[in-house]
Design a protein around this ligand. Structure first.
Ligand SMILES: [Zn+2]
Length: 95
């Protein structure tokens, strides 16, 4: 269990499914999010709601530059968005 946990946070693959990561990005990217309070409040909420492993996932996010909710949006989506098939909500609907 701990071996798995260590390997996950130091390796590239997220400890939760890619689908769950996409869901997390969508959740953080929703319209009018509350301002980031420099914690993983929203991320933790998402993970807890879905009974996903909180600590390994936060570890993975931090390893990818996501030290708070807004950094997850900036840094982790930048690194992982394309790789897991996540696209930011389209801002111009006419395109
Ligand atoms: Zn922040």
């Amino acid at each position: 269990m701990f071996k798995w946990f260590r390997r996950q946070i130091s390796s590239d693959e997220p400890p939760i499914s890619r689908e769950a990561v996409r869901g997390l990005f969508d959740w953080l990217d929703r319209p009018n999010p509350p301002p980031c309070d420099h914690s993983h409040r929203l991320t933790t909420e998402y993970l807890r709601d879905r009974a996903l492993p909180t600590e390994p996932t936060l570890g993975w996010l931090k390893a990818n530059g996501g030290y708070c909710d807004c950094e997850v949006m900036f840094n982790v989506t930048d690194k992982w968005g394309e790789r897991i098939g996540w696209e930011p909500a389209n801002e111009d609907e006419d395109a």
